[in-house]
Design a protein around this ligand. Structure first.
Ligand code: CA
Length: 369
């Protein structure tokens, strides 16, 4: 009823304006056109369980905001991992048009194209603020979209975790030697770096991590950070919580849309969808930054021991990571092309952030009031 009243008012307002010749644009007011736009119903597969309200919340934000901004004409229903397709098969489902869109992380699909890791996170790479700069104004999104066009998919960033934690361990990791022979859940290139440092790595979907860690099928596991890790109950299976999560200085989650379905959408819906994705990208990070400090306090109260990776481990991992990027560049031309531009961007923004963000953060952190 309220909406009908709003439209009626808008139509009256627009008619008056046109009659007065005040503004020709009023005759193309989006509120009036909306009535002629089609009803669209989509399904969104995701890689997440609904209990992870932060990450699954990113999918929900996109769906809810699209619905609200189209006055309910364009509705998308998000599904948890496994409801339509398994967690790590979202890309195929979107590519095959089993669902019109999905919410997932590009690095799950590095087997399909190695350079997709840059769409989520790479070890010692960009933080969330830098990643957004690279995506929206540094050519990053175009580069990742170019890869996805081979899969008849278009993608948009739709969430970010911020810098993650460095995982849960059952025994202390003081040196590189302590990593050798461990079995750890860790995906992406971080997993490859760990593997080169002697770790047996596994990629388990979030719902399977806790039991594997608790029953000893794996010795260590990483997921996201305090709030999400608490939800998975990981602190009940291992007590040492390492930081920082050097393999994910941020992690971008994304929406993937089947390109044929995307092209069928009216331009207005495409713009609304892009806006909703950008909102989810911003909102998820804000949510994490707000929820994580309290969650970390609770974890510590429940017996979690916070432990920093030693500088030796960090330096060794960083060296291996950049050797891996160079090596991948010799094997894969797409990887090389993106890596070179990305690395140039990374070096420039790192230098700038030394001056602005880091100098300020260092001062504040060393001079707490
Ligand atoms: Ca992670």
């Amino acid at each position: 009823m309220k909406r009908r009243k709003f439209i009626t008012n808008t139509v009256i307002g627009a008619t008056t304006a046109t009659a007065l010749g005040a503004c020709d644009r009023s005759s193309t007011s989006p509120s009036i056109q909306a009535d002629s736009l089609p009803k669209v119903r989509w399904q969104m597969a995701t890689s997440w369980s609904k209990s992870l309200n932060t990450i699954f919340g990113g999918a929900e934000t996109v769906c809810q905001r699209v619905k609200e901004m189209t006055g309910g004409r364009f509705q998308i229903k998000p599904y948890a991992a496994g409801e339509i397709v398994p967690a790590l098969e979202v890309l195929s489902a979107v590519q095959d048009n089993k669902v019109q869109c999905g919410h997932t992380a590009s690095y799950f699909y590095k087997g399909k194209n190695l350079a997709l890791v840059f769409g989520t996170a790479v070890p010692f790479g960009l933080n969330a603020q830098q990643q957004n700069a690279w995506f929206y104004h540094g050519g990053g999104l175009e580069a990742i979209q170019k890869i996805y066009s081979d899969f008849n998919i278009i993608n948009f960033p739709a969430g970010n975790t911020g810098t993650q934690m460095g995982g849960w361990f059952k025994r202390e990791i003081k040196s590189i030697g302590d990593l050798k022979g461990l079995t750890m859940r860790i995906p992406g290139l971080g997993g490859e770096v760990m593997s080169r440092l002697g770790v047996n790595t596994q990629v388990l979907s979030p719902g399977d991590i806790f039991l594997a860690l608790e029953r000893g099928a794996i010795d260590a596991a990483e997921w996201v950070g305090p709030y999400d890790d608490e939800k998975l109950g990981l602190y009940k299976a291992a007590s040492l919580y390492y930081y920082p999560g050097w393999w994910e200085p941020c992690a971008t989650l994304e929406v993937q849309v089947n390109k044929s379905e995307w092209e069928k959408l009216p331009k207005e819906y495409q713009e609304i969808f892009k806006t909703a994705a950008m909102e989810a990208n911003l909102n998820m990070l804000a949510q994490y930054d707000s929820l994580n400090p309290e969650a970390l306090k609770r974890l510590i109260e429940n017996g979690t021991k916070l432990t920093a990776y030693s500088p030796d481990i960090l330096k060794a991992a960083q060296k291996v990571a950049f050797e891996l990027y160079e090596e991948n560049s010799t094997k894969d031309t797409t990887f090389k092309e993106i890596y070179q531009k990305w690395n140039n961007f990374r070096q420039q923004i790192s230098q700038w952030n030394q001056i602005n963000e880091l100098s300020m953060a260092n001062f504040v952190s060393n001079n707490q009031i």
